[in-house]
Design a protein around this ligand. Structure first.
Ligand code: ATP
Length: 319
């Protein structure tokens, strides 16, 4: 694709920042859902908001696209305040909520023709169908599609308006690994054509595999922001060797193994942080009793989240 095609597809926005949020706060009655949140999304990036259930992700996205009023703070999306300039943003921003509804008896092509009719300068439905990998299913009715195909059709309904920005709330929840990978390819291709995407997720794998930059949120606040690899190097550079807590070797003996930097009890697991995972694993396996269900992994965004909040991405907000 040439540079001219890119700019034709998504005329560059004057600023290089697509979304700018400062001190965003949202109360539901006495519940503080978003707590002084700051965020900046650059044009042309795939930006992830990563956090556990209840962290305030959906609330934040809804405020950004003008579906919900904020309690305080400033928000600028593509140069507009979503509270005052909904009409303009409706033309430039496509939104995919957690639960979107399609008409089950329409075919894929009919669905996209219908969605195209809502917009002034839509894309050609067949071209979008091809881009999301649904050409072979173009005449299939929506109720016959697999979960992954349906999700790609939803993204297609968002792409049909040639949005400058696409906002997706947990786009791959409930999909199997292959369907997720297909969906990620569609989003990456959109980004490569010059589009900007903001998505929420509670999957560290999705954030690591898909996103250029990630804001890690907890209890309505950004606790870290950056490229996934940078966040891991900064906050969780060690490997983690973990094993079942029940029947584990004496924890003091584990701590005494050369190379063990830190040990942690988490749920029913013992977590051992080390930058010498080979030697530590060998030592652990020679102990009595032998650690059970031993797993070794390099630090990832889940470790970043745990280091910064003391909880895991699977924890509920008040869990
Ligand atoms: N309409 C509402 N009325 C009252 N409280 C709400 C409402 N919507 C969300 N909340 C509360 O606000 C907090 C943030 O919820 P929100 O749905 O924004 O988080 P989330 O990170 O998107 O979680 P999930 O992944 O479960 O959707 C939670 O404590 C939630 O219970």
């Amino acid at each position: 694709m040439t540079t001219e095609q890119v700019s034709e597809e998504h005329p560059p926005h004057a600023a290089t920042t697509s979304i700018s949020v400062h001190g965003l706060t949202k109360y539901y009655g006495s519940v503080l859902a978003v707590d002084g949140l700051d965020l900046e999304v650059r044009s042309g990036e795939l930006f992830g908001v990563l956090g556990p259930n209840g962290a305030g992700k959906s609330t934040m996205l809804e405020i950004l696209v003008g579906l919900r009023e904020r309690s305080s703070g400033t928000v600028e999306v593509l140069g507009s305040d979503p509270s005052n300039d909904r009409e303009r943003l409706r033309r430039l921003v496509a939104v995919q909520p957690q639960q979107a509804e399609l008409f089950p008896n329409l075919t894929v092509r009919e669905t996209l023709r219908l969605w195209a009719s809502f917009h002034e300068n839509p894309e050609e439905p067949d071209s979008v169908i091809e881009r999301v990998g649904l050409t072979a299913s173009a005449d299939h009715r929506v109720h016959k599609l697999s979960g992954g195909q349906e999700r790609r059709l939803l993204v297609a309904t968002a792409l049909i308006s040639r949005p400058e920005l696409i906002v997706l709330d947990e786009p791959s929840t409930g999909l199997d690994p292959n369907a997720r990978a297909d969906l990620w390819d569609v989003l990456l291709a959109y980004r490569d054509r010059g589009g900007t995407a903001l998505l929420s997720t509670h999957s560290m794998e999705e954030a690591e595999s898909l996103c250029d930059r990630v804001a890690v949120v907890d209890s309505g606040k950004v606790v870290a922001c950056g490229a996934p690899a940078e966040l891991v190097i900064e906050h969780a550079p060690h490997d983690v060797v973990s094993f079942r807590r029940a029947g584990a070797p004496d924890i003091e003996a584990v701590r005494a193994i050369p190379g063990v930097e830190e040990t942690e009890l988490h749920g029913n697991r013992v977590l051992v942080h080390t930058s010498r995972a080979d030697e530590v694993t060998t030592e652990l396996m020679s102990m009595t009793p032998v650690p059970q269900n031993l797993v070794r992994r390099t630090g990832g965004l889940d470790s970043v989240f745990r280091v910064l909040t003391g909880r895991t991405l699977d924890d509920e907000k008040d869990g």
